[in-house]
Design a protein around this ligand. Structure first.
Ligand SMILES: [Zn+2]
Length: 209
């Protein structure tokens, strides 16, 4: 005999797929939702449905957005010629918190990790390279990007990704300035958890590679 009625078992099973949610937490959440008002339950399911229906990736920088291009890529007040490469959309918030950065972003959605089978094809590199590639053969053509800041985390995967990108960017456009954020962030740490002062120092102290 099944322990829970079918709709309850189904919700528990779905909640269990979320990160950090074990069987016990999934059961607690499911029973909480069962006891909640119809309005609250509808608001939760509606928020999940709208998230999937309305959010997509910016076609220029891969940031998660409800408008394409995203607010950064379409902003007339941001420096569109300065591009900061980050691992995840959440990294953008760490950098925005410093209030010291006025450029735009490129989101990779991951890092290179050969041991886990994640190579250059598995993360979003292609549209970064096409973005910095010099326009056609016209020597007078405007270069759209002056500097690319590699702001991947100082972890083994983050460093490997930064050095791979430095080479690939150099090949795509030899004129471009390529910098790496300073190691104000402790080695092995995730930039998502860097405090504002550390992150601001890391950006200020970036060096050419
Ligand atoms: Zn964008």
């Amino acid at each position: 005999m099944q322990q829970f009625a079918e709709p309850m078992a189904r919700l528990i099973e779905e909640l269990r797929k979320l990160p950090g949610i074990g069987s016990k937490s999934a059961q607690r959440l499911a029973f909480h939702i069962l006891r909640a008002s119809n309005e609250d339950a509808d608001a939760l399911s509606g928020a999940i449905r709208d998230l999937k229906a309305q959010l997509r990736l910016c076609s220029i920088c891969n940031n998660v957005t409800d408008v394409d291009p995203c607010v950064f890529c379409s902003s007339p007040t941001r420096n569109q010629r300065l591009v900061c490469v980050v691992e995840e959309p959440t990294s953008i918030h760490s950098i925005e918190k410093t209030r010291g950065y006025n450029g735009v972003y490129h989101v990779l959605h991951g890092t290179l990790s050969p041991l886990n089978g994640i190579g250059p094809e598995q993360i979003r590199i292609a549209n970064l390279l096409s973005r910095v590639r010099a326009q056609g053969d016209d020597k007078d053509a405007k270069q759209e990007v002056d500097e690319v800041i590699l702001a991947t985390s100082p972890t083994i995967e983050g460093e490997a990704t930064a050095s791979y990108l430095a080479t690939a960017l150099r090949v795509a456009n030899s004129q471009i300035r390529i910098t790496r954020i300073a190691t104000g962030i402790p080695a092995g740490a995730d930039i998502e958890y860097a405090d504002e002062v550390t992150m601001a120092r890391a950006m200020d102290g970036r060096r050419e590679i």
